[in-house]
Write a protein that binds this ligand. Structure first.
Ligand code: ZN
Length: 436
């Protein structure tokens, strides 16, 4: 995609002074410090991570800064993990309208994450098709756990089983991702089966079934990923997205591949490194996982501490206040116990849930709105952000295929992205198999 073109076609740009004024008003509360550390040990060398602490919503304006942290746990090769690491952030950012303030930007982020994940998958498939022409078979895939930290607002988008957990003052650990594992996720099993996939265990000689539930053809244990061209389009790249606002005491994120989570529960991982700086914490989590299980898989861990400057210097060290604050974390579900505590405590202890959506249906994720129509009769695809002439194209006509299916109620999609959408829903055959 031509990025400069997208920027040129954006809505009327606001004067820079207006934008910076807006940012300053929004940033009256000083930004928390973000400290990070990472550690890992390779078994197959298919884990990758991304740490970008210096991104800016408005280029050149450091008041508009945000950070990105991500883990990519590749399988059947490293191509998908590397490709996603290189391209996903740009694709997500391209899907956010230009010239909007911080609140609107955060509000637009979940939808942009969906578009960015799907576009990255489409681009990777295109690359794979090209390789097939060269008789190179592309079968790699990757999990993605992609975290955007802006002030106290944390947005996590994930496919696969690389978890992100949140540990806050008070010692209650919460999961910000869901595991897209066929073995553990009945909803995903139903979706894959309904879209034409077969779910079952590996059959060894004699008909004995072993191992976790997998999707056939391909034998993948995950129900969502980027890549995996040889499996089927029902293994979708549509991420679960969760956005939370941390309490004023901040919190710690632990993002890790399944090499950690197959060995440690969320609670043990959080406990094993409390009170230590991020870099050391990441090393300790890896060490703890190896101690209990040995090096069975690639093991990668990124720890991110979000520390309000005037609050706590140390990362979460909850032991003292554990009982009092436990019920405050995700306080919505614990109204009674919350009322018993002072307002001051509740204002520091509650993680506010701003957004959560995990549907695998693109229409539900992109919404019915058409956020931006460029001038001169062009329409912009809500997934790949490419402008196409709208003349002769009806957004709702379902004109490409499947006359019996429900008309598309989402925003404008280009022909390629409509094909992808229908394939993911099992309404058209998957892309040609890499083995064909
Ligand atoms: Zn498109």
């Amino acid at each position: 995609m031509n990025n400069s073109r997208v920027y040129d076609m954006s809505p009327p740009q606001l004067p820079l002074a207006t934008l910076i004024g807006r940012e300053l008003r929004n940033e009256k509360i000083e930004k928390p410090l973000v400290r990070h550390g990472h550690a890992g040990l390779a078994k197959k060398g298919e884990d990758y991570f991304l740490i970008k602490p210096d991104c800016e919503r408005i280029p050149g304006n450091s008041a508009s800064s945000f950070s990105v942290f991500a883990i990519f746990d590749g399988h059947n090769g490293v191509s998908a993990a590397i490709f996603t690491k290189e391209n996903l952030l740009n694709h997500v950012m391209s899907a956010i309208p230009q010239g909007i303030g911080r609140e609107e930007w955060l509000h637009a982020l979940p939808r942009a994450l969906v578009a960015g994940f799907v576009k990255t998958d489409i681009d990777f498939q295109r690359r794979g098709m090209y390789l097939i022409i060269l008789s190179i078979r592309e079968t790699s895939g990757t999990t993605v756990t992609f975290v955007v930290v802006d002030g106290l607002t944390v947005t996590v988008a994930s496919v696969g089983d690389s978890r992100c957990i949140l540990d806050t003052q008070g010692g209650v650990v919460s999961l910000l991702t869901v595991d897209h594992r066929l073995e553990e996720n009945a909803e995903e099993r139903e979706r894959v089966t309904a879209s034409g996939g077969e779910v079952g265990r590996l059959n060894v000689c004699g008909g004995t079934e072993v191992g976790p539930l997998r999707c056939w053809p391909g034998g993948l244990c995950l129900s969502r990923s980027i890549g995996d061209m040889d499996v089927g389009e029902f293994i979708v790249p549509i991420p679960h997205v969760k956005q939370v606002k941390l309490p004023t005491t901040g919190g710690r994120l632990i993002i890790a591949s399944d090499g950690i989570w197959d060995a440690l529960s969320s609670e043990i991982a959080a406990q094993s490194c409390r009170g230590l700086p991020a870099e050391l914490a990441a090393k300790l989590v890896v060490k703890e996982a190896l101690r209990s299980r040995g090096l069975k898989d690639d093991t990668t861990c990124v720890v991110v501490d979000i520390i309000p400057p005037d609050h706590f210097v140390a990362p979460p060290s909850p032991k003292k206040k554990q009982n009092m604050l436990t019920s405050l974390i995700f306080g919505k579900k614990n109204q009674n116990s919350m009322n018993k505590l002072t307002n001051k405590l509740s204002s520091v202890g509650v993680v506010e849930e701003l957004f959560e959506e995990g549907s695998a249906m693109l229409a539900e994720r992109l919404g019915p709105d058409v956020p931006f129509k460029p001038s001169s009769g062009l329409m912009r695809c809500a997934v790949c952000q490419v402008d196409q002439p709208s003349e002769g194209l009806s957004v709702n006509a379902g004109l490409f295929f499947s006359p019996t299916s429900k008309p598309w109620e989402g925003p404008f999609l280009c022909a390629d992205c409509r094909i992808k959408k229908d394939a993911m829903e099992g309404k058209r055959p998957s892309h040609p198999k890499a083995t064909a």
